[in-house]
Ligand binder design. Structure first.
Ligand code: ATP
Length: 369
């Protein structure tokens, strides 16, 4: 049981700034997911916490204890890596008990009891006498998780634990990791570059960009209120659609409009968000799941519709991604509907104005938060 606090942590590799004044708090028992593009500093931050990397500025606390200068083995931080890093010449049982033999005063019997307890929870009891070469990727990763948790660490770090595992098994294992994390109530940081995984497992979502904390919130907060176009495009699958549109007014009507696209907005919406932008361009973002298709033969009641050509349909199982072309613009729609258009169909689509995200054309910052 522990709180993790990181204050103003900065790290350089040569002249390159890799982490830049990172501030982060993970509460006792919380699961924070760090997500961000390749090279943004996720692994380096984990290595600083576990003690494998030095940093020139900042502090790391577990509860009130400063651990900057503690040896990795004294930190009570356990880390699971992307590749399982098990000892190949040892059995699963030996891999799991080794750390306890070296770092605790537990008797042999107590160690075996702990090993068996954790292997029951992770459903790997039948693998105890096997060597790592006799395990599948998913089994190896369970053993690696077991090896980290058997020590009952204060802080548990997982660095891309599913990236070497196939997608279906990865989805199962991530649900189990979440369950196990809840059961142990261990303060956890989970690193991934996969935003879908991040949304699925995290209590708290931390978006890291260029070594800086870019946005922090619950997954829902970050998804619903991205602070800028970068977060909006990074979080959500398929990615948000963006349109550069001019705010226009004719008589008592208001529009978002460009050469390809036209959308009538209510006066209330205009006054709330857009009155400062009359005659100016901004970026409107629409999630693929917010767009509704109006089939050609269905009469439509509103002018808030646009005709586009279906260029591709991807069947994703229980949902479909429909790719449209509107003049030169590509648009993606995500639909669970069983009514699917055909390639080449001209269709109309629409969405609710409340679902439009708005971004400044220069700063790319959200205009809605
Ligand atoms: P990925 O998602 O690709 O694993 P990441 O977000 O984990 O990336 P890091 O591995 O932390 O990123 O790397 C951050 C930056 O620091 C990158 O630009 C990387 O090239 C650089 N870097 C990492 N380790 C070293 C090192 N030992 N020496 C020099 N540069 C490094």
């Amino acid at each position: 049981m522990a709180n993790l606090t990181i204050k103003n942590l900065s790290n350089n590799f040569g002249s390159i700034r890799c982490l830049d004044k990172v501030n982060l708090e993970v509460d006792d028992g919380q699961l924070a997911v760090i997500v961000g593009p390749s090279g943004c500093g996720k692994t380096t931050l984990m290595r600083c916490i576990v003690g494998l990397e030095t940093f020139f500025e900042g502090s790391i606390f577990i509860d009130d204890e400063l651990i900057n200068n503690e040896d990795p083995k004294d930190r009570d931080v356990a880390m699971v890596f992307q590749y399982y890093a098990l000892y190949p010449h040892m059995t699963v049982r030996q891999n799991l008990s080794l750390g306890l033999e070296h770092t605790t005063e537990l008797t042999k019997d107590e160690i075996q009891k702990r090993v068996e307890e954790i292997t029951n929870i992770l459903k790997i009891s039948s693998l105890l006498e096997r060597k790592p070469a006799q395990l599948s990727g998913g089994e190896s990763q369970r053993v690696a998780i077991g090896r980290a948790l058997v020590r009952k660490p204060k802080i548990f770090l997982l660095d891309e634990p599913l990236s070497a595992i196939d997608a279906k098994l990865g989805r199962e294992l991530r649900a189990e990791i979440k369950k196990i994390q809840r059961r142990f109530r261990v303060t956890t940081i989970y690193v991934t570059h996969d935003q879908e995984e991040a949304m699925a497992v995290g209590d708290k979502l931390v978006v890291l960009r260029d070594g800086k904390i870019h946005q922090v919130g619950t997954p829902e907060e970050v998804f619903n209120s991205p602070k800028d176009q970068f977060v909006a495009s990074f979080i959500g699958k398929p990615p948000m659609n963006f349109f550069e549109l001019k705010v226009k007014n004719k008589d008592d009507k208001y529009f978002l409009q460009n050469r390809d696209f036209f959308y009538e907005i209510s006066k209330r919406y205009y006054e709330r968000y857009l009155s400062k932008f009359l005659g100016k361009y901004l970026i409107a973002g629409i999630r693929p799941s917010s767009i509704k298709i109006l089939m050609q033969n269905i009469p439509f009641m509103t002018t808030k519709t646009n005709a586009a050509t279906v260029s591709l349909i991807e069947n994703m199982g229980n949902e479909n991604y429909i790719y449209l072309t509107l003049n030169s613009k590509k648009i993606i729609i995500k639909t669970e509907s069983e009514i699917i258009p055909k390639i080449g169909d001209k269709i109309k689509f629409s969405f609710e104005e409340e679902d439009i995200h708005l971004f400044d054309i220069d700063s790319k910052e959200s205009l809605k938060i």
